[in-house]
Design a protein around this ligand. Sequence first.
Ligand SMILES: [Fe+2]
Length: 279
Amino acid sequence: MSPLAGEGAEGEGQPAHHQHETMIDLHTHILHEFDDGAESLSDALVMARAAVANGITTVATTPHGRGVPPPNSRYSVALIRERFAVLQTALEAEAIPLTLVAGTEIYGEAGALAALQAGRLLTYGTSRALLLEFPLEVRAEAAAELIFGFQLANYRVVVAHPERYRFVRQDPNALIPLIERGALMQLTSGALIGRQGSHMQRVTKQMLQHGMAHILATDSHGPHLRRMPDLAEAHAVACELVGAEVADALVLHTPAAILADAALDLPPPEHIRRWFGLW
Ligand SMILES: [Fe+2]
């Protein structure tokens, strides 16, 4: 089923804060017994049912992955394929209408591009787009260098949870040069709805209002960490802040374009002005 199926349900006469029922979640840890995500297949199915109830129709399975996995990591592309197939079979057996797309949450470090090109890390599905995270203390220059390296090799980079990096918390405007070079920013839904505190919510709202957020995704890990799908709640906050059209782009149209390697026409980011020295 196309991720855009059912899109026609949205139209005139709908309230501005309608719940969107065909959302795409590009960041999850739903694959079981893999990283700090779902601890069992049954937990993965709990997450899958919660995603569907939340209005999500497609999830990317993006376990943490490194080209050279550390000793405590089970990561391998072979294991992604294996767990992915098990989950897909279980979804079909349980008649849970959720489409899976394989991917990796790639750890930004030297050698990541070579590992991707060698097939040890995954882009989203068959696309040229990838999810890239950084250590929280990464310097802006180092993040830029890694992103541009992927872009020069013709990959489209989605930056995972920019709101968490220290250089962004010190000055969100540091994202502007990255965005101007085509990096896409994935805000975490829980941050926008206030589950990570009021400061984080204020910063993520400002990022959204200034064109520094391109997609919303859950980064859901499962019931054991109480990080469950909450994209509908974030979509509602985004509707209030920036209107239904932009909010729908964050949870559906832009993620769909990313999976399809389609062109994006995004508004340019705007500088956030400081208010009495506070963000
Ligand atoms: Fe993640």
